[in-house]
Design a protein around this ligand. Structure first.
Ligand code: LRH
Length: 495
């Protein structure tokens, strides 16, 4: 049985996962886990890219130690939209900047004004999010960035880390579809969009598909780590693309929610949906495995709770997760709600003042105590899931009989239950390691050990527990869930 290695990097942590594929069964072994801590340096919020490279090296060593030999292949997936720029000599010109940095403030608005939403959306198929790569690059261009002037190659985060390991520069397709610079109809970089953003065309090369070969570990690195050769592949390098490839759905028409720092909700479609409705709802089209597209929306996700907990930690006390959820459950329904997708919740920093502000502006009482804030955030998320679920049905012209949830966020069982209650439909939760499994699945498909995504999903379904949550009180939304949703919509209207 061969072992293969997935590196899955999230906005808060990363992991190295060994995968073994037996007779129609997958076994996973997490061999290394590490924090991914952004660093504020002067005015800029950065990713600590060299630390991440260091952790990848540790992961490679741990993989060999656990498997007793080098894995047959490895691939990397990570969060989308961020990148590094290389100079003519192949050196990294600057430390990659975090998508939550404020350098893009106002940039998207200016581009939308200048070119119009219809034009931008019809060419890129992407939802308007201020941190999309196109706006990050436009910000650099507007500011006359010397780095951008010097740059010869742009590499997205997994491309860049893979380049550090192999010396091979390849831009991978699924992550490229999150930039806002790719045309989903031609499936390649769009020169008009590049021109509109003031981005040099020379930074972009033909794209590599998920599963494509991307070199081997360099000899220097093998010497440094004492490792033999390891084949390096492109995964579906956007973590959401990997996560959705691992949704254990057996039907073609299904709704998913990839639940982590972000909540990504949508459905898989054979062609990008560039309709007026998709634009009005601000949906996105992101490229997936085997030519599929994800019609989806970013929902602010567990980020608000994670950031609130960091705020409490800075203040000296934060209840543990289990304790916090107990407090949440002890509180009565009918407490204050927020719109989790209000842009004020996007940036890092203290969240509770922003939550209080939102409550004040909408005439609601402030949340009280740790449990009050956590309840407000989680209940609002579950309600926003229903809101976007209904929009997904409308934008895709489909009806769904339930929702597949994957990703680390499903460990929050209360959120899964409230999502089922809010939708009035079953939720199928699992697996939690969606992105790492999808990353491995692409490697198995590339090696001919699985025939394609359809088979991969079947094997994933046979290998991992999927927990079913039924709406409390039976199918259909309960009176309580309906009341909360009505109140939620009325509050959104006010803003
Ligand atoms: C989730 C994710 C999401 C992007 C965001 C930047 O990790 O990749 O799909 O929109 O990070």
């Amino acid at each position: 049985m061969t072992t293969r290695l997935a590196f899955d990097l999230g906005a808060g942590s990363g992991r190295a996962v060994l995968g073994r594929l037996g007779s129609r069964r997958i076994e996973l072994q997490e061999v290394h886990r590490f924090p991914n801590q952004p660093v504020q340096a002067g005015p800029r919020l950065h990713w600590d890219i060299l630390r991440l490279l260091h952790e990848l090296k540790q992961g490679l060593l741990q993989a060999k130690r656990h498997a007793g030999q080098e894995p047959a292949s490895m691939a990397i997936d990570s969060w989308a939209v961020d990148f590094g720029l290389l100079g003519a000599d192949g050196e990294l010109l600057g430390n990659p900047v975090h998508y939550r940095d404020r350098r893009t403030d106002g940039v998207m608005e200016r581009l939308r004004e200048r070119h119009g939403d219809e034009w931008l959306f019809s060419r890129s198929g992407l939802q308007f999010l201020p941190f999309n790569t196109i706006y990050q690059l436009a910000a650099m261009s507007e500011q006359g960035s010397p780095q951008l002037k010097q740059a010869q190659t742009l590499l997205m985060i997994p491309d860049l880390l893979r380049y550090f390991l192999t010396g091979v520069k390849r831009q991978e397709f699924t992550n490229a579809t999150t930039t806002g610079l790719l045309n989903p109809q031609t499936r390649s970089w769009d020169n008009e969009l590049l021109k509109a953003a003031g981005v040099p065309v020379r930074l972009f090369a033909p794209l590599a598909q998920p599963g494509a070969a991307a070199g081997e570990l360099t000899e220097a690195l093998r010497g440094e780590l004492g490792l033999g050769p390891i084949e390096v592949l492109c995964a579906a390098e956007h973590d959401t693309a990997s996560a959705v490839a691992a949704v254990p759905a057996l039907e073609d028409n299904f709704a998913y929610l990839s639940c982590g720092t972000w909540s990504l909700m949508g459905t898989e479609v054979p062609e990008p949906v560039l309709s007026a409705e998709a634009l009005r709802y601000n949906f996105t089209n992101e490229g997936g495995v085997e030519g599929s597209w994800r019609l989806l929306k970013n929902i602010m996700g567990l980020w608000i709770l994670e950031e609130t907990r960091r705020e409490w930690e800075r203040e000296g006390h934060c209840p543990g997760y289990a304790e916090l959820l107990q407090e949440v459950q002890a509180l009565p329904a009918g407490g204050p709600l927020i719109d989790p997708d209000d842009s004020r919740f996007l940036h890092a920093g203290a969240m509770t003042p922003r939550i209080r502000e939102w409550c004040r502006e909408t005439g609601q009482p402030e949340p009280r105590g740790y449990g009050g804030y956590a309840r407000c955030i989680l209940e609002s998320l579950a309600l926003q899931y229903r809101y976007i679920f209904e929009q997904t049905e409308q934008a895709s012209g489909r009806r769904f009989s339930g929702l597949h949830m994957v990703g680390g966020g499903i460990q929050n069982r209360l959120l899964c239950q409230w999502t089922a209650d809010s939708l009035g439909l079953p939720v199928w939760a699992g697996p939690a390691e969606g992105s790492a499994i999808g990353n491995l699945a692409v490697q198995w498909i590339a090696a001919g050990e699985l025939s394609g995504v359809r088979e991969a999903r079947r094997v994933i379904r046979d290998s991992f527990d999927v927990e079913q949550y039924e709406p409390s009180g039976g199918t259909g939304t309960s009176a309580m869930a309906a009341e909360a949703y009505g109140r939620f919509l009325a509050l959104k209207e006010k803003m």
